[in-house]
Ligand binder design. Structure first.
Ligand code: GRF
Length: 197
């Protein structure tokens, strides 16, 4: 079998998408391995799950750095130490400097709980409800220097149900996120998709 792609995951909190990627990567034929998890919050619950699964972790607080560039440089050092080929953002709540984003374009993915390009940014589930959408979903997309604007790789849809709140819709979407992210990463790791700009 060809060499597995080395993947680092960046989180800020719960880490359920991170956990889905870690679980998927346990399959012997999965084309990627998770080589490190970095959080900008030391108390992110996802760090415990990663440690319990024997994955190296790093905690780098953006508050300890004078600039976005300095923080990003520290992230770059961790990625270099892990020899990461690819980066998956999974609920990572920081915006990158242009340089960092451009250096990793084509090697960095994110998952967002809406059918992009609809409902970028914060509270996308509430945005979908406010817009009276009949369906929503999640998007795995390339990360570029513009927030939530990189090309989509894969989407999964869910219905919006009568009486949905942002929480019930988020929970329905999250189930699909946990399927979509491992599937999209596998496609990238196998070379079935590549960034074309
Ligand atoms: C997910 O809904 C993801 O799409 C968004 O942030 C949330 C992170 O959840 N970017 P988790 O930390 O993966 O559980």
């Amino acid at each position: 079998m060809t060499t597995k792609k080395r993947v680092a995951i960046l989180i800020s909190g719960r880490g359920s998408n991170m956990a889905a990627l870690i679980e998927a990567a346990k399959a012997p034929d999965y084309p990627a391995e998770i080589v490190g998890v970095l959080s900008n919050k030391a108390d992110a619950a996802g760090l415990d799950f990663a440690r319990q699964n024997g994955i190296p972790t790093a905690s780098v607080s953006h508050r300890d750095y004078a600039s976005r560039e300095a923080f990003d440089a520290e992230i770059e050092r961790a990625l270099t130490a892990w020899a990461a080929d690819l980066v998956c953002l999974a609920g990572f709540m920081r915006i990158f400097s242009k340089d960092f984003a451009e250096r990793w374009t084509g090697r960095m993915l994110n998952i967002h709980p809406s059918l992009l390009p609809k409902f970028k940014g914060l509270h996308p589930q509430q945005q979908a409800l406010d817009a009276r959408e009949s369906e929503s979903g999640c998007t795995v997309h390339w990360v570029t220097a513009d927030l939530d604007a990189g090309p989509a790789i894969l989407q999964r849809r869910v219905p919006v149900m009568p009486g949905d709140t942002a929480e019930t819709l988020a929970a329905r979407i999250l189930v699909e996120e946990h399927r979509a992210y491992p599937e999209a990463l596998a496609k990238l790791a196998r070379g079935e998709v590549s960034y074309t700009g």
